[in-house]
Design a protein around this ligand. Structure first.
Ligand code: ZN
Length: 223
């Protein structure tokens, strides 16, 4: 059974699990909404999201539930697809997706669906930002920033080769490192890691060490 880990008074997450592979699901309590990063692929993730209270203790507001999907891979968004196909009930109001994930999911009946192509931000007791993240792993990825925490999903990982080597794209890696360095938040959270939270500088240093291995006239770097 995946465990629920508390990061701060406002941020908790359901840990990654493996049968089926299901990415970490993050829930942030704002002042008027839950901000949910990824929906996973397992029933426990559905239950985790559905159990987030609409009327949390100490609040008189009815909370909205806003989902942000990091990227189109199944372990991150399958439960949204299951919802669209009528296989599970998922309690939410809005879903923010990158343009590619938006195509993969298709129409989402009776819920607000927002395709994110440029950064958007909300002040909800915490500062919430949703922004497209250049990355080699999956087209159209989004990051969620909440105060000092940056949730990156799989965006720091290479493109998975499936039989050929996993690779980073040189130009995209350069753009990505530049963007990550421009962020002032210090805690970078990567899916599928025991512990989720990493130090900003160690993540940037790792990507720079990959970039340093680029070869002249090669577009890709083997991970
Ligand atoms: Zn992925």
């Amino acid at each position: 059974m995946p465990r629920i880990i508390k990061l701060t008074d406002r941020i908790q997450y359901l840990q990654v699990s493996y049968d089926p592979l299901s990415a970490d699901v993050v829930a942030v309590r704002g002042d008027s909404a839950w901000w949910i990063f990824d929906v996973g692929a397992c029933d426990e993730a559905v239950n985790f999201i559905n159990a987030l209270p609409r009327n949390p203790e100490g609040s008189s507001a009815r909370f909205k539930k806003n989902i942000v999907i990091s990227h189109f891979h199944r372990d991150h968004l399958l439960n949204l697809v299951r919802f669209v196909q009528g296989e599970v009930s998922l309690d939410f109001d809005s879903v923010y997706l990158g343009s590619y994930a938006s195509k993969v999911v298709g129409e989402v009946a009776d819920r607000e669906k927002i395709a994110v192509t440029s950064p958007i931000s909300f002040d909800d007791g915490v500062k919430v930002q949703i922004l497209p993240m250049p990355n080699s792993h999956a087209k159209g990825s989004l990051a969620l920033i909440v105060d000092d925490y940056v949730f990156l999903g799989d965006a720091t990982y290479p493109m998975v080769g499936h039989g050929t080597p996993d690779v980073y794209n040189v130009q995209i890696l350069e753009q990505q490192t530049k963007m990550l360095k421009s962020l002032t938040s210090t805690r970078f959270c990567l899916s599928h890691k025991r512990g989720l939270v990493r130090d900003r500088d160690s993540v940037i240093q790792f990507l720079e060490s990959v970039y340093a291995r680029r070869q002249k006239n090669e577009n890709y770097i083997v991970a």
